[in-house]
Write a protein that binds this ligand. Structure first.
Ligand code: CA
Length: 243
């Protein structure tokens, strides 16, 4: 009973059949202040992931029982983790696998072998993103974003690059703000459409590309060779990672 008075630790579900990687995840996530639940096979992961809500799920792709991509889809369709950030762990580094994974509803990827700093940075970014999507203004993470050469004031709806104010349309501003508030996190075109256009049925992925292209010409040193808004595996975009 006393435990309910303690500040609630963030709950992470780790689904990974390789003991060495599982232990690595458990150790570092525990050190990072998380409560770690470990599962080694897909069938158990399906049951647990549907019944118990987690703050984050780290999900291996190649698993006994049910593979991680199928699990990810299943979590998104129904159950306690329909909106939980999912970090896919994959040994597969080909573009098609990443595309498949993103379409399954994962939020980000880590390709094995990965470093601990990268792991913790991605976990932190995913959790910040979740916190921001829970904010009353969807996609508007924080009032001010400072990243690289960019400064955004969401309240005044102004942006400046290298100290120079830039004139942005509403959509350009919203898109830039969503991306820049979550450096390194991949947003699929569909996710951006939902966040910025709110499911307007007249817009398509091409609309996102067009707005990104205009935005690049306004904020990048060279619109053809972007350093801030990067392509992500052909399925979406991300703002350049911090560091
Ligand atoms: Ca595996």
């Amino acid at each position: 009973m006393a435990s309910s008075d303690n500040p609630r630790k963030r709950q992470v579900l780790v689904v990974e059949d390789e003991a060495a990687i599982r232990e690595l995840l458990r150790l570092h996530l525990s050190l990072g202040g998380f409560d770690v639940t470990e599962v080694t096979d897909g069938i158990r992961a399906l049951d647990l992931g549907r019944s118990t809500r987690f703050d984050l799920i780290a999900l291996d792709v190649m698993l006994p029982g049910i593979d991680g991509i199928t699990l990810c889809r299943a979590y998104r369709i129904q159950g306690a983790n329909a909106a939980t950030p999912i970090l896919m762990l994959t040994a597969l580094d080909t573009e098609s696998d990443k595309v498949l994974g993103l379409e399954s509803g994962a939020d980000d990827y880590l390709t094995k072998p990965f470093g601990i700093r990268e792991l913790m940075a991605r976990v932190g970014a995913l959790l910040r993103r979740t916190t921001s999507t829970a904010a009353p203004q969807p996609g508007h993470a924080s009032r001010q974003v400072r990243s690289r050469d960019l400064f955004i004031d969401a309240e005044k709806r102004t942006a400046s690059v290298r100290g120079e104010p830039v004139d942005l349309t509403k959509q350009e501003f919203d898109l830039l703000h969503v991306l820049a508030a979550h450096p390194g996190i991949v947003f699929s075109r569909e996710a951006l459409l939902a966040k910025i256009w709110g499911g307007d049925t007249y817009v398509t992925g091409r609309t996102v590309d067009t707005v990104v292209s205009r935005l690049r010409h306004k904020i990048e040193r060279d619109g053809q060779d972007p350093e801030l808004i990067l392509n992500a595996w052909g399925v979406g975009y991300k703002f350049v990672d911090v560091e």
